[in-house]
Design a binder for this molecule. Structure first.
Ligand code: E4P
Length: 217
């Protein structure tokens, strides 16, 4: 499973990249607002800091506007994935952009029908928002299972990018289903490393090691 960081904070991205476990980054207009940085500048910095796909989202709602913005975004770096919303103009743009060899992340997916359309439009990534579905009393993970089944039925190559991840359990459940990618805030990725028994076990080992009076090297 690929791990993307869902943030526009360059310091956090650099720190995660150093672990060697980071496969890409996703941003959205809210994350850009939170970072308080110039959109094009920060995306360029992120694209240089990681070698994997970096999603940068268009904000136009019409096809022509999306294509104009996509042109600006895809020129930033070769690893930019243009993010378009799951709307009719968005999927029309997706089809043309992927036909040109541009990576496209179709975002704001909340149903299996929408995911099917995105695959038909040749999307590189489909981003179902599991946390936001859970928030309204629906099952985000059920949607991931449905999309996995549909894509496998037809051998669609569109990668399922689980978004709106709110907990380590979302990551584990998505991995059990066979999602291709998950994107999560760095805080959640950090939580994946943790287990209280690891901490307790390490403390006990170190205490016993100290009692041997030995050193390594
Ligand atoms: C990523 O591509 C999405 O924009 C992001 O995961 C949305 O997460 P949120 O629902 O926590 O805002």
């Amino acid at each position: 499973m690929k791990f993307f960081a869902d943030t526009a904070e360059i310091a956090e991205i650099r720190e995660l990249a150093e672990t060697g476990l980071l496969d890409g980054v996703t941003t959205n207009p809210s994350l850009i607002h939170k970072a308080g940085r110039n959109f094009l500048e920060v995306v360029a910095e992120i694209a240089e800091a990681v070698s994997g796909p970096v999603s940068a989202e268009v904000v136009a709602l019409d096809y022509d506007g999306m294509m104009r913005e996509a042109d600006v975004l895809r020129q930033i770096a070769d690893n930019i994935a243009v993010k378009v919303p799951l709307t009719e103009p968005g999927l029309k743009a997706c089809k043309v952009l992927t036909g040109d060899g541009t990576m496209v992340n179709v975002t704001l997916c909340f149903s299996a029908a929408q995911a099917l359309l995105a695959a038909k439009a040749g999307a590189t990534f489909i981003s179902p928002f599991v946390g936001r579905l859970d928030d309204v009393g629906l099952s985000g993970m059920e949607l991931i299972s449905d999309i996995r089944m549909i894509y496998d039925n037809y051998d669609y190559e569109t990668q399922i990018l689980v978004a709106s991840v709110r907990s380590p359990m979302h990551v584990v459940e998505a991995a059990k289903i066979g999602a291709d990618v998950m994107t999560a805030p760095p805080k959640i990725i950090g939580q994946l490393f943790k287990h209280p028994l690891t901490d307790a076990g390490l403390a006990a080992f170190l205490k016993d090691w100290e009692a041997t009076g030995q050193r390594i090297g």
